[in-house]
Design a protein around this ligand. Structure first.
Ligand SMILES: O=C(O)c1ccccc1NCC(=O)[C@H](O)[C@H](O)COP(=O)(O)O
Length: 249
């Protein structure tokens, strides 16, 4: 993903118990099912996606994992994959990277195991993104029960450790079709010169245009938002991926 002047879209394929699902506010038990993950991912690929955001919700919630399935889906895709959910130790990180995904998204590990995350960033560089899931400005584990830590303190620490990219989610917006938290995104982009991927709440083409308005200028030194993850809106057919790609091109 580069800091071009076009917003990169990442359709989300969140997997629970072998099925593509959408959650509301990242809450376990709020799933709506959308069938086979591979079929969903291939449909987004055919519609022009350049990236897929592929999430193992069971691994995130500690209710098992879909590791083999996600490896198969990643292997069958020609587009780049951002793998997320429950990657929190050497074993899960190794397995995730071995799928051939373009990068992994480390979530609450950034709260619970900051030294391990720093080591992963040092070792794998740009293949590591850190997911910053927040309520207000407090970091929250969506898949985990843990909570706490200030967003901007974590951002400063991770910047210093060389983190290349943040996936920023307002948990209260996620899966609600109520629009992204643009103020949060603006504030995060002002606080870091690293790339930001916006996640959660997209409901309309105008939301995508608004997020695209936060793309940074290289001259200003801040990369701003470079991408947006879109889940529920695509599954609920609020718009098609083709329409979304046209809206941000
Ligand atoms: O990404 C994760 O690791 C994760 C862990 C636990 C619960 C949810 C998780 N991700 C959810 C997503 O990435 C959503 O698909 C994404 O935020 C899209 O949201 P929306 O467009 O509002 O459906």
């Amino acid at each position: 993903m580069s800091s071009a002047d076009r917003l990169v879209l990442l359709p989300a394929v969140d997997v629970r118990d072998g099925q593509a699902v959408r959650l509301v506010k990242g809450a376990s038990g709020s799933e709506t099912s959308y069938g086979e993950p591979l079929a969903a991912a291939l449909a987004w690929q055919s519609a022009g996606a350049e990236w897929i955001h592929l999430v193992d919700l069971d691994a995130a919630f500690g209710t098992g994992d879909n590791r083999a399935l996600l490896a198969e889906v990643t292997g069958r895709l020609d587009v780049r994959v951002e793998l997320s959910g429950g990657i929190r130790d050497d074993d899960s990180l190794r397995a995730a990277l071995a799928t051939g995904c373009a990068r992994v998204n480390l979530g609450t590990a950034a709260l619970e195991s900051p030294e391990w995350v720093a080591k992963a960033i040092a070792e794998y560089g740009d293949r590591i993104a850190v997911g910053l899931d927040v309520v207000g400005t407090t970091l929250r584990g969506r898949g985990w029960t843990s909570e706490g830590g200030d967003l901007y303190e974590a951002l400063a620490r991770l910047d210093a450790e060389g983190c290349a990219r943040y996936v920023v989610t307002d948990v209260d917006k996620d899966g609600t079709l109520t629009g992204p938290n643009l103020e949060l995104l603006r504030n995060v982009c002002a606080a870091t010169d690293r790339a930001v991927v916006a996640s959660g709440g997209v409901s309309s083409l105008q939301d995508l245009r608004d997020i695209a308005g936060l793309i940074g200028s290289a001259a200003g030194g801040h990369r701003g938002v470079e991408g947006a993850i879109v889940g529920k809106a695509l599954y609920a057919q609020a718009f098609t991926l083709e329409e979304a790609l046209a809206a941000v091109s």
